[in-house]
Design a protein around this ligand. Structure first.
Ligand code: GLA
Length: 760
């Protein structure tokens, strides 16, 4: 336990004066050079330490990190009450003790609690709802104790009458100020307790009535569509009831303070839930116009019994704040993912340029056609060859067969995978393989032997999707089987990469072998086992990389990103549609994990025709892959691809690790789209510009770059396309950001890309 005494009041005036002076100074700088900063703004406080403190006299906890402070206190009733979440305060700023808000007969409490039990007349969304063995469902959580360990804090709460304990865990990230929150629920009574609703956290915003919410919605082929709506009295529920993260909503939110908030200015609160199963985030405005965001396990069809002594830990809900708009909010998340979440954080390796066979050979893969593609892929500079679906069991040969039987098909690969893998290695590439081990086809040896292994209810039809059923990974023997399948493949073959697919959502989510009252724990146990398989595989095969995929981007969240190296963003590989999908994706996730393939034209998904260079530029905004049928390419296509891939390798560290600036949004039918990626040390930047269709020969809008050092010189170099003839070759960061530049775009689906390099 630590106790950091409170600061004395005389400091307040000096502090206030100092704060005013620094704001005036900042205002002068920004009004002279709008959009310009001597250093990238998001990380200004990167060097200031994170800290977690408890003020004994005021009974408040304070977490500081990056440009953010987060404060909550213990009110006179013993509840944990949010005090402040926003721009970093000075160390000696004093926040007064908290007081519960007055209630009235029709709204007994609207006190913004950190973690509320459903009880005592609570009408806002509870964090925790339980039923005790005697039928009592009233739960009121009060403070018990705390402990601080470096940048983390644990606060213990207990029900006012019973030994139901909740330990709230908080961590604060030094660089970004992103706070991680989760709850450990423990039954220390002598009878069972059933948890019916368990959030990781509630986030409470300052009082205000002009907030708006941004969130990601979508479907297969149309993932991560950015949506927004005003926050008004009532709730917006973002969720998955599909057993997996899902395409329909992604567990991310951002809230703008008011309508003045823009891409690069204004207060934004944001969060992302690290969970790959059923989840729910409720954004609600209560009767007193207070906004609360509560997220965790989805309470729909949820029941988790806790025997005496048992515990349940929730996923982590991360939350952050930026006073520099939506762009800065995403950049904070990106750096946080790269340095804290990904398996090799803080230095995850750059993504290799891969080739994937799916769009070229579908399920009709064989040794000869894969080797032919591999030769062509190697000739253009591809570094990793991935054979997709179709190599195993009777997949693609007999209808509705294959999934579950993970032996190499002897007709397609008479000598096993070794000859192909050796060939791929001899061409200088590493080898990757597609699997979908959580699924089973009805016509498989596995299903014949273990029809009970699938998620199902007794005596009910088993609804097929894509001709397959979902194995119940919550069962220990199924978990071990799935681990064994992938472990064997990795142990017996020289495989560097696994694309782990998951091509349907749940139906009939039963677990009949489990005791009746524990059957709904499938929603939690399944995901725990999924994570444990990935964790164990990574431990045993530390050099293997993994990609998460679920019919494209249906399984992307901070939980799985802790265990995989990259994501398949969407099966929709049309380069124009991808601009909006990738833009939405980039609000929550770093381009460093966002796989984007160049594929054939016309595109298989929507029939749109685009030039090869347009397709490359669209895909080069993320982590580049090639998915073409290379047998159809002309010599010119090979030359274009070779040159683009060579260029991509020179800029990929900027794209995958730099700061992303969304210069022009493709959303809402915009005719233009532009992104810029600037190295964090401001020595280089690369930018991409896309036009849907030229109209009446109006010129494209001028591009104003960001994230450069105004007083350094940068040299412009074309990757593809032209700038207007009066564009200087070398100019200052101030010029590129202040004056900007005009690019020449022409016709339909035209694109250009340039690089800026600092001159010494
Ligand atoms: C999913 C994936 C595709 C491909 C197919 C194979 O749809 O998203 O990339 O792997 O499965 O069946």
């Amino acid at each position: 336990m630590q106790d950091h005494g409170r600061t004395h009041c005389p400091n307040i005036r000096i502090t206030f004066l100092r704060t005013c002076l620094s704001y005036i100074a900042m205002a002068i700088v920004f009004s002279i050079c709008p959009g310009m900063h001597a250093a990238p703004p998001d990380f200004q406080s990167a060097t200031s330490q994170a800290s977690v403190k408890y003020d004994k006299s005021f009974r408040t906890f304070r977490l500081d990190g990056g440009n953010v402070s987060y404060v909550f206190g213990i009110n006179e009733r013993g509840e944990l009450q949010t005090v402040y979440w926003g721009r970093r305060l000075l160390a000696d700023d004093v926040l007064p003790p908290v007081h519960a808000l007055p209630g009235h007969p029709f709204g007994m409490t609207t006190t913004p609690q950190e973690y509320s039990g459903w009880g005592g007349g609570l009408y806002t969304e509870p964090a925790l709802k339980v039923t005790f063995a005697d039928g009592n469902r009233d739960l009121v959580l009060h403070y018990v104790s705390y402990s601080i360990d470096k940048n983390s804090l644990a606060v213990v709460l207990r029900d006012i009458r019973r030994d139901l304990f909740v330990t709230l865990h908080y961590t604060v990230d030094q660089q970004t100020g992103i706070i991680g929150r989760s709850a450990l629920i423990e039954n220390r009574t002598t009878s069972p307790v059933t948890i019916e609703q368990a959030a990781a956290a509630s986030w409470n915003l300052p009082h205000g009535n002009s907030y708006s919410l941004r969130y990601l919605a979508g479907r297969w082929g149309g993932e991560t569509t950015l949506e927004s709506r005003a926050i008004q009295p009532g709730s917006t529920v973002l969720e998955s009831r599909r057993g997996v993260t899902g395409h329909q909503n992604n567990p991310w939110f951002a809230i703008a303070q008011d309508s003045s908030v823009a891409e690069e200015s204004g207060n934004v609160w944001f969060g992302a839930l690290a969970w790959s199963g059923d989840w729910r985030i409720t954004v609600e405005q209560d009767i007193m116009q207070r906004v609360h965001v509560t997220g965790g396990f989805n309470p729909f069809d949820f029941a988790f019994p806790l025997a005496p002594g048992a515990r349940l830990e929730t996923p982590v809900f991360y939350g952050g704040f930026s006073s520099e708009g939506f762009g800065s909010a995403s950049r904070l998340l990106h750096i946080f993912e790269l340095t804290e979440i990904l398996p090799h954080a803080p230095n995850p390796p750059l993504r290799k340029v891969l080739y994937n066979s799916w769009e070229a050979t579908d399920m009709n893969v064989n040794e000869a056609n894969q080797e032919a593609l591999a030769e062509k892929a190697a000739s253009i500079g591809v570094e990793r060859f991935v054979m997709d679906d179709g190599w195993f069991g009777q997949r693609g040969i007999k209808p509705r067969a294959g999934l579950g039987d993970w032996y190499v098909n002897p007709e397609k690969f008479p000598h096993g995978l070794k000859p192909l893998i050796d060939k791929v290695h001899s061409l200088g590439m590493d080898f990757g393989l597609w699997v979908e081990p959580e699924m089973v086809n009805l016509k498989s040896d596995l299903y014949l032997t273990h029809p009970d292994w699938v998620i199902s209810f007794p005596d009910r039809p088993r609804t097929l999707a894509r001709d397959q059923l979902v194995l119940n990974l919550a069962r220990p023997e199924v978990r071990d089987y799935v681990f064994g399948v992938v472990d064997k493949l990795l142990s017996e073959n020289d495989i560097s990469f696994i694309k782990w697919d998951y091509n349907r959502n749940w139906s009939e989510p039963g677990w009949p072998e489990q005791a009746l009252d524990a059957q709904k724990t499938i929603y939690v146990q399944y995901i725990h086992n999924y994570y444990s398989i990935l964790d164990e595989l990574r431990r045993k095969h530390p050099n293997v990389e993994f990609e998460t995929c679920s019919g494209g981007g249906g399984r992307v969240d901070l939980g799985v990103l802790h265990r995989v190296d990259q994501t398949w963003t969407s099966d929709n590989t049309d380069p124009f549609d991808r601009l909006t999908i990738q833009d939405g994706f980039s609000h929550a996730y770093t381009p460093g994990v966002m796989m984007a393939w160049v594929t054939d034209s016309p595109n298989w998904y929507n029939g749109r025709s685009t030039s090869l260079s347009y397709r490359f530029l669209s895909a080069m905004q993320g982590s580049l892959g090639i998915g073409n049928n290379l047998n159809k390419w002309s010599l010119e296509d090979f030359a274009t691809a070779k040159s683009m891939i060579a260029t991509y390798k020179t800029i990929r560290s900027i794209v995958q690790r730099g700061s992303l600036y969304r210069l022009i949004s493709p959303q809402n039918g915009s005719n233009f789209s532009a992104t810029e990626y600037a190295n964090r040390d401001q020595d280089a930047a690369v930018f991409f510009f896309f036009m849907h269709s030229e109209q009446e020969r109006y010129p494209a809008p001028r591009l104003y770059l960001r994230g450069l050092n105004p007083s350094e010189k940068y040299k412009l170099r074309a990757i593809s396309g032209k700038a207007s003839s009066d564009t200087p070759e070398i100019a200052s960061g101030a010029y590129w950001m202040g004056h900007g530049l005009d690019l020449i775009l022409h016709g339909d689906y035209d694109a250009a890309s340039f690089e800026l390099e600092r001159q010494r």
